[in-house]
Structure formats: C-alpha cells, structure tokens
Design a protein around this ligand. Structure first.
Ligand code: MLT
Length: 250
C-alpha cells in the first residue's frame, strides 16, 4: 500500500480493501474493521477528495480506480465495496484485475444511469453548489436508510454527509452521472464474489442484485433484512458475519 490516500486499518494478514459509497467516507466501515480484524488486514481509504484524501483533477470511476490501484501496490486484495464504491470496483476489475483476489459487492449495480437519473444528478449538483452538501441530509436519511434505522445509523450518515466537501460532492455526482455501463464486465469476473443487498434498498433494489449475481460465475447472494441502501451501518453485525464467512472460505 502507498499513502497516496488517507486510510484507517485494522488486523493483519491478507489485505481487504473497503471502498465507501457516496457521499460517505471510510467511517462507514468502522464496525466491519473492528469485527473482521481477526481474519484480514482491513484497510478503508477515503476516496480522492473525501476525508483527508487529496482530490483528483477529474473524478471519474476510471481515475478513482487507477488511484486505488496505485494505493494497493502489487499485493492482490479482497475488495469490499458499496454502491459508488462498486461502480469504482467494476472499473478496477476491468483495468487492474490482477489486484483483485475476491469481490464483495454491496448495494451496487453495473448499469449506467438512465437519462432521467442523469438529469437528477445535474439537479443534485446544482443544489449542492447553491445550498451546500448538508442540504442533502433530510432526503438521504429517507432514501438511503430503512424505516427501522437506528438513531446511531442516522447520526453516522448525517455526520459523513456533512463532512463531504461541496466540490467533492459535485465532482462525484457528475462522475457517477457520466459513468459507462459495465454490465458486460460481470461475465468476466473470475474471482469468488459475494453480492449483498439490503432488503429495503430503494436505490439499488434486491431485484437488481439478483440479476447481477446471476451474471457472475462464482457468486453468492445475501438479502439482509432490516436494512436499506447502507447495511454496513444499519445492520453491521449481519454484514460482518457474512463477510467473515466469505473471507474464511477462500
Ligand atoms: C452511493 O451510495 O454511493 C450512492 O447512492 C450511489 C448513487 O447515487 O448511485
């Protein structure tokens, strides 16, 4: 690993790289870092522009994947990613497959945005530019979390959104809007893969996870009850348990 990105780590042994979603940072994985330290060297970076990591000139999924490849160095890692982290992971797999030992794909999809979703991103970017990223908090508490989310999960999500620099939130929003479709990549995945999705995820719903898992040759699928789009902070124990089982099997 190089120190080109800020990160936190736990444990020792085979490295596992945890790639966060939007507009979050490494802190979304803190429970998993604690619970999986006995089976992996867990490393959770802040993506470029998030947390204390320096921004890129242009936030594209390819550029972020290349930054992660430089961060990883030469020892292949078990990749665990959520949502936008998954969009980056498909680019990482396409561009640097030799760095990937296995994949855990949480609440993500390989498809590009629809034209309507892209338009929605443009509106979101304009809102952030006008009012700041904190303006996203009320909507995201509803859209990203299941109804039964705990106060702790809500507070953690709020803190991460509010800590995201406005310029980064805008750059990542447009980076996601412009990402290519990578559905064709799914059938090329040749490493053990775990697909996991919250049963109440409305951003990347379970039906999409089912069809994604079906296109990957060596994939298992878990649907987590009581979680929406962010199972690692909504139902942390269930996520850590699934990852623990996955890691000890390969
Ligand atoms: C995320 O959790 O990373 C975002 O919801 C992804 C997206 O907006 O497509």
């Amino acid at each position: 690993m190089t120190d080109s990105l800020s990160f936190v780590e736990s444990g020792s042994g085979t490295p596992a790289l945890f790639i966060h979603g939007f507009p979050l940072d490494h802190r979304m994985w803190l429970d998993q870092l604690e619970e999986l330290a006995e089976v992996r060297h867990c490393i959770a970076p802040d993506l470029p522009g998030f947390g204390s990591s320096a921004p890129l000139d242009e936030f594209t999924m390819d550029n972020v994947a290349d930054a992660l490849a430089a961060f990883i160095g030469s020892v292949p890692v078990d990749v665990v990613s959520l949502s936008m982290g998954g969009y980056v992971t498909f680019a990482l797999w396409e561009r640097h497959p030799e760095l990937v030992r296995s994949l855990a794909l949480l609440d993500t999809k390989a498809t590009a945005d629809t034209p309507a979703a892209r338009e929605g991103r443009v509106t979101t970017a304009a809102t952030i530019a006008r009012e700041g990223v904190a303006a996203l908090v009320p909507g995201m508490l509803t859209s990203l979390l299941a109804q039964e989310a705990t106060v702790r999960a809500k507070q953690r999500l709020t803190r991460m959104i509010e800590a995201t620099p406005n310029e980064t939130a805008i750059a990542a929003t447009m980076g996601m809007a412009n990402r290519p479709d990578r559905t064709h990549v799914l059938s090329t995945i040749s490493v053990p893969t775990m697909v996991l999705v919250g049963a109440s995820d409305t951003v990347t719903p379970p039906a999409g996870a089912v069809s994604m898992a079906a296109r990957i040759s060596d994939a298992t699928l878990s649907v987590v009850p009581g979680a929406g789009h962010l199972p690692p902070i909504e139902t942390p124990d269930l996520v850590s348990e699934s990852l623990h089982g996955f890691f000890t099997n390969h």
